[in-house]
Design a protein around this ligand. Sequence first.
Ligand code: PLP
Length: 498
Amino acid sequence: MAKQAQAPTERAATKQNEKQNGHTELNGQQTRQHPGTVAADTPSMTSSNAPSSPIPGPRSQALQAERERYLPRGVYTYHPIYPASGSGAEITDVDGNTYLDFAGGIGTLNVGHSHPAVVAAIAEQAAKYTHTCAHVLTPEPYVALAKRLAELAPGSSAKKTLLVNSGAEAVENAIKIARAATGRPAVISFENSFHGRTNLALALTGKLRPYRQNFGPFAGDIHTAMYPYCYRNGHSTDAPCTCGWEADLERLFLTRVAPEQVAAIIVEPVLGEGGFVAPPADFLPRLRDICTRHGILFIADEVQTGFGRTGKMFAIEHYGVEPDLMLMAKSLAGGMPLAAVVGRAEIMDAPLPGGLGGTYGGNPVACAAALAVLDVYEREGLVERAQKLGTMARDRMYAWQQRFPLVGDVRGLGAMMAIELVRDRAQRTPAAAEAAAVLAGARNRGLILIKAGLYDNVIRLLMPLVTSDEQMTRGLDILEETLAEVNAQPASAFNGAH
Ligand SMILES: Cc1ncc(COP(=O)(O)O)c(C=O)c1O
């Protein structure tokens, strides 16, 4: 349950009551609340540590009303609760309720909320100077971080680094660089991919609603290939893959764009927004071969998969592939807006001086945060930790698949794990309303989760990699309890919902 901040004596009484009350119940009606709505869910736990306020609490409800008044509805939020403070894997809202945060700012907080080393680095740099603009005076932390990322990126070739402000901006710049380096216009991306919300990034993105809808026309000469999403393509997830992605790509070369016109293929090593689809083991090596054969640049979009999430520093390392360009963002800087394009030096040098950059790219405070974050990964062994957390999640998820017909697929890589919910195992009918109910029910028990997937029916885990064993177990317990409840409800309870 989301915990209300308590005085020490109250806490002792709570513990005593917890013992007496044993386990808790949820009211099924309440879990059908859509997570983005303003109406408050009545607390669903019966134990005495239930928050005294409903969730969202009164302060969050007031902020939600202001949000609706002053923010455009396009800025969607999963949960109508408002953060007051965070530490590690926990976040406390403005009403004093504390939650386990297994969304981590959508994979931005692998080092957890407000890691003391990162906070100190930000404060130290901010006290020295906050900005100069790299085009005027390049901050020392920019140079230090460029070197560190170039050395960290997989592969033996000499590399250079461009720093920008967001994942989408990294995508835009990678395409500019690839076109300048190859002199070719076309780019290939994949169905079910997500590359950001700017116009070119949307042109590359393989999901229509809500990202692309009503925002065209998009940048030209972008072509879409099939990603081996084997659960939905109805084939085995074992290598060699038989879903036909390679034949699809060859057909694209015959019917839409000649390979010698293609500057780059951009690919997520594991689909992020697309539902944590880890491809068969031979997909990326074979794609690399195709790129090399045709002189096409291989761009790995590691914005969501990067910085330890999959149990290696970068997901592409699982597949022994060296990309020509790599995109990094999210957990690079502990939540500070920072992203990078790291690539082979001769490719990165293709654009003319002044062709790359921007006012804020490589801001020194963000760079100082990133340098501290990279130290934390090393010092605290967070890449190895991701493997342990991933194993804990995977074991429980496979057990849920046995127990709950609702859990159609379990998949992912390292700590990037997800479950795909279906109404019917044979037809694999997406259970989007049920997934929304799981999010709301888990939140009312004190766990923040988010969804993913083409059909909005995938529950993904992006907990910070500093999550303790106890927190991980507690979070998985909450998810299990909520799944059991939603699984027990008849499908008719969700008909007409979305
Ligand atoms: C794989 C991938 N690429 C690009 C982006 C866009 O990043 P940003 O939201 O920082 O623009 C995202 C964001 O979720 C992503 O997951």
